[in-house]
Ligand binder design. Structure first.
Ligand code: QAP
Ligand code: CO
Length: 178
């Protein structure tokens, strides 16, 4: 079991494009296990390899069902995506997103409402996933990470500038407190 360090904005690695996984090996499965532990430890619902400094197209997600009583029940909806590609998307939806790489900040982001994603499973077999609701939003958020995009990059220039200034002020205050 290994916890990985989560990179925080403005780490430049968060802007990099991840490379496709050429073969699903034990090394990839170990990365997925470590990312899963790291996500749970940080109390997240999604984590992309880019966020732990690994430039590979790998994502882990455990998005709670909206009508679930115990939303903290782990592993129920756990899934790993390898080389995920959005094949179809419909509609638009808005959700107040956060990110483990931008801790303490949220903003409304508009994304597709319903998506079909092609991905590889843990044995390297291609599978299609149909997603809607928070699951669809989370998949799009994590695929953005693999392409070097953060949720704050999806805001209007005005809102992006405002949130970036707030983050910079918070980081400066943190520095001073040390
Ligand atoms: C991505 O985000 C996501 O600021 C996963 O202090 C975001 O797990 C999917 C978190 C929105 C769908 C909708 C954020 C934890 C976790 C924070 C996360 C924080 C502690 C974010
Ligand atoms: Co994120």
């Amino acid at each position: 079991m290994a916890f990985l360090d989560i990179l925080k904005y403005p780490d430049p690695f968060l802007k990099t494009m991840a490379e496709p996984v050429s073969e699903v090996t034990d090394e990839i499965r170990t990365l997925i296990r470590d990312m899963t532990e790291t996500m749970y430890h940080a109390r997240g619902i999604g984590l992309a390899a880019t966020q732990v400094g690994v430039g590979k197209r790998v994502v882990v997600l455990d998005v709670p069902d909206p009508d679930d009583e115990d939303r903290r029940e782990r592993g129920k909806n756990l899934i790993a995506l390898i080389n995920p590609v959005i094949k179809a998307e419909h509609g638009t939806t808005k959700y107040e997103e956060g990110c483990l790489s931008v801790p303490g900040f949220t903003a409304d982001v508009t994304r597709s409402e319903v998506i079909t994603v092609e991905t590889l499973d843990l044995e390297g077999r291609p599978v299609d996933i149909n997603a809607d609701g928070l699951f669809a939003i989370a998949i799009q958020h994590e695929i953005d990470h693999l392409n070097g995009i953060l949720f704050i990059d999806r805001l209007s220039k005005l809102k992006r500038d405002i949130i970036k200034r707030k983050i910079r002020k918070a980081l400066e205050a943190e520095e001073r407190a040390l």
